[in-house]
Design a protein around this ligand. Structure first.
Ligand code: SAM
Ligand code: SF4
Length: 326
C-alpha cells in the first residue's frame, strides 16, 4: 500500500504498553506519566486482530515497543501468536534490555527475530542518572543474552545527550571491534517533557570514533533491511556503526511505517499529533473492512515530512516518547 508520496507502507510499530521500569531523562518526566488503565489499553487479542487485518494489506514487518514491552505480562504468547501469521516475515522488539537476560531464550523460541537495545552510556553512575532507575549490569547481561540466543542482528540505540563522554565512545569502538552488533547513535528529539540537553553532533561522534586508532569509518549497507540509519564499517570490526539523524538530515522521504499506540490509536508519523482512533471502532464491532479503511485513512494522512525543526511554528506534542514507542 503506497501513501500520497509513493512510500510503500509495510511496517507497523506496536506500543504494547505505556508502562516502563525506567524513567529516561529524554523520554519521561521524573514522576513518570499517568498510566493507562487496564480497560484503556488494547488487549493482545485486539492488537492481534489489527495486525492480522493489516498483514493482508501489505504490512509484513512488526516491531514491538513500549514503554518497555517486556514489562507487559503475556508478551511471549503474543509473540507466538504473531509468529503464527505467515505473512509477517520480520518480528522485532525495542527494549531497554533490563529484563532480557531472563527472557531472551523464551522470546527467541516464541519467534522474535531480533532486538534493538537502548544503551546510552557504559558508565554505571551516568546510566543510573539517565535512566533514573536502571542498572547498567542488567542491560549489559541482556545484550549478551540476545547475542547468545541469536536475537540478531543486535542493534544498540544510543541517544545523544550531554551525558555521553569520550570514555563511552572508546568502549563502543572496542565493542564493535569484538562483537557482531550495530551501535547506532540517535539525535535527541525534543518532544514531550523530556529533561535533557542534546549531546555531541553526529559529526563530532564520527570524528571521535576515527580518532581511536582503529581505522576510519567507511559507509556500508544496512545489515538488515533499509531503516533510517546510515551505516559505517570500521576495518576488521565484527560490528558496524549507524547514525540516525531525524533532526539534522531527516529521512521522511523513505519512511515506510505507521504506529499503533497502546491505547489503540494509529499514528501516521512519530513527530506529529495526528491520530486515528481504531480502538473505538474495534470495540463497537467494526468489520475487517472498516478497520482496513482506518488503516488506509492513516496512510493517507502521512505527512511528507515532519516539522520538528520548523522554529516559526514549534509543535507542542501531546504524547511523550514512552506513549508512542519511539
Ligand atoms: N523502552 C524501550 C527502550 O528504551 O528501548 C522501548 C521504547 S523507547 C521509547 C524506544 C526508543 O526511543 C529508545 O531507543 C529510546 O532511546 C528512544 N527515545 C526515547 N526518547 C527519545 C528522544 N527524546 N529522542 C530520541 N530518541 C528517544
Ligand atoms: Fe522507558 Fe524506553 Fe522511555 Fe527509557 S526510553 S523511559 S526505557 S520507554
Amino acid at each position: 500500500m503506497n501513501d500520497s508520496y509513493n512510500r510503500q507502507i509495510q511496517y507497523l510499530r506496536v506500543s504494547v504498553t505505556d508502562r516502563c521500569n525506567f524513567r529516561c531523562v529524554y523520554c519521561m518526566p521524573t514522576q513518570g506519566v499517568k498510566h493507562l488503565s487496564h480497560n484503556e489499553i488494547l488487549s493482545y487479542e485486539e492488537f492481534l486482530r489489527i495486525i492480522k487485518i493489516l498483514s493482508k494489506h501489505g504490512v509484513n514487518k512488526i516491531r514491538l515497543t513500549g514503554g518497555e514491552p517486556l514489562v507487559r505480562k503475556g508478551i511471549v504468547q503474543f509473540i507466538r501468536d504473531i509468529t503464527a501469521l505467515q505473512s509477517i516475515t520480520d518480528l522485532s522488539m525495542t527494549t531497554n534490555g533490563s529484563l532480557l537476560a531472563a527472557m531472551a531464550e523464551q522470546l527467541k523460541a516464541a519467534g522474535l527475530t531480533r532486538v534493538n537495545i537502548s544503551l546510552d552510556t557504559i558508565n554505571p553512575k551516568r546510566f543510573r542518572q539517565i535512566t533514573r532507575r536502571g542498572e547498567l549490569a542488567q542491560t549489559l547481561q541482556g545484550i549478551e543474552a540476545a547475542l547468545a540466543v541469536g536475537l540478531t542482528p543486535v542493534k544498540l540505540n544510543i541517544v545523544l545527550t550531554n551525558m555521553i563522554t569520550e570514555q563511552d565512545i572508546a568502549y563502543f569502538v572496542d565493542f564493535v571491534h569484538h562483537k557482531p552488533v550495530s551501535i547506532r547513535f540517535i539525535e535527541y528529539m525534543p518532544i514531550g517533557e523530556s529533561q535533557t540537553t542534546p549531546g555531541p553532533s553526529i559529526e563530532e561522534i564520527k570524528t571521535m570514533i576515527n580518532g581511536f586508532g582503529r581505522g576510519i569509518l567507511t559507509p556500508t549497507l544496512d545489515i538488515f533491511g533499509n531503516g533510517p540509519a546510515k551505516y559505517y564499517d570500521l576495518p576488521q570490526a565484527k560490528g558496524t556503526f549507524g547514525f540516525i539523524t531525524p533532526i539534522s538530515d531527516h529521512f521522511c522521504g523513505v519512511c515506510n511505517r505507521i504506529r499503533l499506540t497502546a491505547d489503540g490509536k494509529f499514528k501516521p508519523c512519530l513527530l506529529s499529533n495526528q491520530e486515528i482512533d481504531v480502538k473505538t471502532a474495534l470495540r463497537n464491532g467494526a468489520s475487517d473492512d472498516e478497520i482496513t479503511k482506518l488503516f488506509y485513512h492513516t496512510i493517507a494522512k502521512k505527512p511528507q515530512s515532519h516539522t520538528l525543526t520548523n522554529t516559526d511554528e514549534p509543535t507542542e506534542f501531546f504524547r511523550r516518547m514512552s506513549q508512542i514507542g519511539g
